[in-house]
Design a protein around this ligand. Structure first.
Ligand code: GTP
Ligand code: MG
Length: 136
């Protein structure tokens, strides 16, 4: 069984899509939300979280967007949950995301794509330690 870090980004919170998105995760068989918190992300956390993108043209606006309001951070556990939540989210660019996916149903702007989910077991481990240090 796997664990993944999910962030409902500030656009999801502002647009009152938190219940809708969490509902889709909750309805998947055998998955469990084991931590959930509304919180503001500081610069240091964001720098560590998105360190792989430092220096890319979208990095600065991404960090600014991610600190523009609170996010909802969740830990989700269950069968193949890392790949599974990425699949529910859809591709990074919401216009390329199929209807039925979270980004495909609700997004248009690449930066404001509603949800983050860890992309591998290694990322999940690192991100869970960063966001929920007590639980690792
Ligand atoms: P996250 O779950 O947020 O990490 O998204 P992702 O894994 O689908 O994408 P990635 O890690 O490659 O990029 C992180 C975030 O940067 C994306 O979710 C977008 O918000 C933003 N981003 C990525 N690529 C681009 C881009 O080409 N242009 C812009 N404007 N934003 C981008
Ligand atoms: Mg990513």
């Amino acid at each position: 069984t796997q664990r993944t870090l999910v962030l409902l980004k500030p656009d999801a919170v502002r647009r009152s899509l938190v219940g809708e998105i969490i509902g889709r995760i909750e309805r998947k068989a055998g998955w469990e939300i084991t931590a959930l918190e509304l919180r503001a992300l500081d610069q240091d956390t964001l720098e560590q979280h998105y360190g792989e993108h430092k220096g890319k043209p979208f990095y600065e606006p991404l960090v600014e967007f991610m600190s523009s309001g609170p996010v909802v951070a969740l830990v989700v556990e269950g069968e193949r949950v890392i790949e599974g939540v990425r699949q529910l989210a859809g591709p990074t660019d919401p216009i390329a995301a199929a209807p039925g996916s979270i980004r495909g149903d609700f997004g248009t702007i690449v930066r404001e794509n509603l949800i983050h989910a860890s992309d591998s077991e290694e990322s999940a481990e690192r991100e869970l330690k960063l966001f929920f240090p007590g639980r690792a």
